[in-house]
Design a protein around this ligand. Structure first.
Ligand SMILES: *Cc1c(COP(=O)(O)O)cnc(C)c1O
Length: 406
């Protein structure tokens, strides 16, 4: 009899975005003439930077001629892209990362989800709450948790992110082996200082642990004192894997390109205490299960680092941050406590009521869709996330409506 992986049965069905869609469509049906503004889902709205579009077209033309056609490329990505990343994202900021430590992929979602495969099943894992659900769900699927009870999975060390700790979790009380961190954070929009990140790097070193650092939103950092990469922190090369994505940076959510950095000096241990380079393990996984990002997409991504590309990406990000600043100002003026939106596209707002109740109020009274914080974990209860991924006109309109409604 064929059996399923019954760890899947432990997954708390992710009702979040389907619940939101249901409520929005019910509202639209009841109010067919009301126009709805969506500041909920974490997807970008603006077109690709022109430099990327031009490089994309050019590479497609190369594929159309036999003399320039390309078949399978290197699974880890083309050197032209890996070298551009190493030079611009790391060397230029004083982080010692080499092109051959960068693995190009089709998304940080896949990478943050797949990485757990190279670790033992019985390790102790620390995961923030609230959280981007991928880290948690992929460990549930792999059998590293018990049942879901009272809003938490048994067997996971939750790192609670609250107003009182500034949404920067404290170090775990009991030793852990694998730590997921995400800054600037989704959903809270919170950032971490270099000094605070150093305490995590030191913790990992002392406990022979590994940090999985999701920096998908680093492009939104405007405060130059904040680290964009964990490798700007001394010692991080020996304890951290970093995930990056062009999805939010350059509007690539539908184009798909990301990368993972696994430094060659990063070690983990076998059951007998022997040490092994994680770079070799991840390389084995990546080359066995992945066949590379398409050539035109890698050329389009390379253009992010061209002179024009840099200017256009900066403009894209600053347009979203202008929206975020408006959301911050209007919600603060209405008397709400909030974080994020200054170095992040997300604003995390204490709604002073149940998350879903506040969601319903904003939908029904203002026709504005946000995301209820409770959908990201137990500590998200009472909060909502407003996303700045929309046009300035729509954000202005949404804020005016919220002001009138509340
Ligand atoms: C959007 C996002 C990503 C990027 O995912 P892609 O698969 O590269 O589109 C990664 N991590 C977080 C926390 C995100 O919000």
């Amino acid at each position: 009899m064929i059996r399923i992986n019954d760890n899947y049965l432990k997954l708390k069905a992710s009702y979040l975005f389907s619940d939101i869609a249901k409520r929005v469509s019910a509202f639209q049906q009841a109010n067919p003439d009301r126009d709805i503004i969506r500041l909920g889902i974490g997807d970008v709205t603006r077109a690709l930077p022109q430099a990327c579009v031009e490089a994309f077209h050019k590479a497609v033309d190369e594929m159309a001629s036999e003399s320039t056609f390309r078949g399978y490329g290197p699974e880890q990505g083309y050197d032209f892209l890996r070298e551009a990343i190493a030079a611009n994202d790391f060397k230029a900021r004083g982080a010692d990362i080499h092109a051959d430590e960068i693995f190009i992929s089709d998304g940080a979602k896949c990478d943050t989800g797949n990485i757990q495969e190279i670790f033992a099943k019985d390790i102790n894992i620390a995961i923030p709450d609230p959280v981007y659900p991928v880290y948690l769900d992929t460990n549930v699927m792999a059998g590293r948790t018990g049942a879901f009870k009272d809003g938490k999975y048994e067997g996971i060390t939750y790192l609670n992110c609250t107003w009182d700790n500034g949404f920067n979790p404290e170090l775990p009380q009991t030793p852990v082996d694998l730590i997921y961190l995400c800054f600037p954070n989704n959903p809270t929009g919170a950032t971490i200082t270099k000094a605070a990140l150093k305490t995590w790097v030191d913790y990992a070193k002392d406990n022979k642990a590994i940090i999985l650092y999701d920096a998908a939103y680093e492009a939104f950092i405007t405060d130059d004192s904040l680290p964009r990469s964990i490798y700007e922190v001394e010692g991080a090369r020996d304890v951290a894997i970093e995930f990056r994505s062009f999805s939010k940076t350059a509007g690539f959510t539908g184009t798909r390109c990301a990368f993972t950095v696994v430094p060659k000096s990063l070690m983990a241990y076998d059951a007998d205490g022997g040490s092994h380079a994680l770079h070799a393990l991840w390389n084995r996984r990546h080359t066995t299960k992945f066949n590379g990002v398409s050539y035109p997409v890698q050329r389009a991504t390379e253009a992010v680092y061209s002179e024009e590309g840099k200017i256009q990406v900066k403009q894209l990000v600053s347009d979203y941050l202008k929206n975020a600043a408006l959301i911050r100002k209007e919600m603060s003026d209405l008397g709400y406590d909030l974080v994020g939106g200054d170095n992040s596209p997300y604003i995390w707002i204490n709604g002073k009521t149940d998350s879903w109740e506040f969601f319903d109020t904003l939908l029904n009274k203002a026709g504005v869709v946000v995301t209820p914080g409770a959908g990201f974990g137990k500590c998200g209860e009472g909060y909502i996330r407003i996303s700045s991924f929309n046009s300035y006109e729509n954000v202005e309109k949404a804020m005016a409506r919220i002001k009138a409604a509340l």
